[in-house]
Design a protein around this ligand. Structure first.
Ligand code: DON
Length: 304
C-alpha cells in the first residue's frame, strides 16, 4: 500500500493553494450557509485503517450520495425486479433533467439521477414499515454508528424549493411508475438527501461496496453480483453529465452530492471520501475532483 499519510498531506496542501474553489450550491437555501473554505478527505483501506486530513470529522449534507444507499437497500429487497422500474444507462444530462423522462415513459435512465432516486424512494416506501426510520437504521447499521441522522432543516429547506423534483415525481406518477403519493415519496427522498455525515463516517458506509458487500463489523449487506452492478452504475452514472470526465480523470466508481461530498472506491483496496462545498458548473465538488485525480495519479491506483 502507498504511504497514504504523506500523499494526503501533499494533496491537502496543493488544493489549499487553489484560488477558485467553485460555488456553494444555493438552490437549496440551507446549503448556501456552508463555509466554502472547508476541505476534508478520509481514506479507509481494506484492513480497516483510516487516514484523514483537514475537516474530515465535520458533518455535511450528503445529498445525492444517499442515492447509492437507497439503491442498495431497494436492490436487496427486490433483486433484479428493480430494473423493471428504473434503467441502468447513463443519462448524459444534469441530475435534475426532465426531458428524457417524458420521452422514455416515466422510467428514469438510472437510479442515481433525481428521477431514478424518486422511483427508488417509492419502492422503499412500499416495502418498509417505517421508511424513514428503517432507512436511517440501515445506514447506521452499516457504519456501526448510531449518531448518524437526518438534518431536518435541510429537508425542510429542500421541500420549499424542490420544484423540479415535484415536476419529476408528477411526471413519473402520470406514467404510473410511482405507487405512493407524490408528497409522501418526496418527503422520504428529501430526508435521504438531508443525511448529515462526516468523511470519516461516510467511508465506513461505502466500505461495503469496496469490501464485497461486507461492512467493517463483517456483516454482509450485498452479494457479489449486486456489489459489481452498483459499482458499475456509480462508474457510469455517478457524476451525471460529468461521469466520463470523472472516469477519465480519476478512474474509480464514485458518487457526488451537491453538499460538496464525493465518495469513490477501488474494489478490494480502499474507499475515499472528499468534502469541499464549492461545486463546478456540473454540480460536482471542484476541489474534490481535483484531489481524487491527484490521489489516483500519485498512487497509480485506479480500476484502469
Ligand atoms: O434533489 C436534489 O436536487 C438534491 N437533493 C440532490 C442533488 C445532488 O446532490 C446532485 N449531485 N451532485
Amino acid at each position: 500500500m502507498p504511504n497514504f499519510e504523506s500523499i494526503l498531506s501533499t494533496i491537502a496542501q496543493e488544493v489549499s493553494n487553489e484560488t477558485d474553489k467553485g460555488r456553494v450550491a444555493s438552490y437549496i437555501p440551507e446549503l448556501s450557509c456552508v463555509d466554502p473554505n472547508k476541505f476534508g478527505i478520509s481514506i479507509l483501506d481494506k484492513d480497516g485503517t483510516t487516514y484523514a486530513m483537514g475537516d474530515s470529522k465535520e458533518k455535511f449534507s450528503i445529498q445525492s450520495i444517499s442515492k447509492v444507499l437507497a439503491l442498495s437497500m431497494a436492490y436487496s429487497l427486490l433483486d433484479e425486479r428493480i430494473w423493471e422500474r428504473v434503467g441502468v444507462e447513463p443519462s448524459g444530462d444534469p441530475f435534475n433533467h426532465l426531458s428524457l423522462l417524458e420521452m422514455e415513459n416515466g422510467v428514469p435512465r438510472n437510479p442515481l439521477i433525481n428521477a431514478g432516486a424518486i422511483v427508488v424512494s417509492d419502492i422503499l416506501i412500499s416495502h418498509l414499515k417505517h421508511p424513514k426510520t428503517d432507512f436511517l437504521e440501515y445506514v447506521r447499521g452499516i457504519a456501526g454508528d448510531n449518531s448518524i441522522d437526518y438534518d431536518e432543516s435541510v429537508a425542510v429547506s429542500e421541500r420549499k424549493t424542490g420544484f423540479r423534483n415535484y415536476a419529476a415525481a408528477n411526471l413519473i406518477k402520470s406514467f404510473d411508475n410511482l405507487k405512493n403519493d407524490v408528497e409522501t415519496v418526496l418527503d422520504f427522498y428529501f430526508h435521504c438527501c438531508s443525511l448529515s455525515m462526516s468523511c470519516e463516517q461516510l467511508v465506513k458506509v461505502f466500505y461495503i461496496f469496496m469490501n464485497r458487500g461486507n461492512c467493517l463489523q463483517n456483516n454482509n449487506y450485498l452479494d457479489l453480483s449486486k456489489v459489481k452492478r452498483i459499482n458499475a452504475i456509480m462508474l457510469t452514472c455517478g457524476f451525471y453529465d460529468e461521469a466520463g470526465e470523472f472516469a477519465f480523470e480519476v478512474g474509480l466508481p464514485g458518487k457526488s452530492g451537491v453538499g460538496g461530498g464525493i465518495v469513490a472506491l477501488l474494489p478490494n483496496e480502499f474507499c475515499v471520501v472528499t468534502w469541499s462545498p464549492g461545486l463546478n458548473e456540473k454540480g460536482n465538488s471542484k476541489l474534490g475532483m481535483m484531489a481524487l485525480e491527484k490521489l489516483t495519479t500519485m498512487t497509480g491506483l485506479s480500476i484502469f
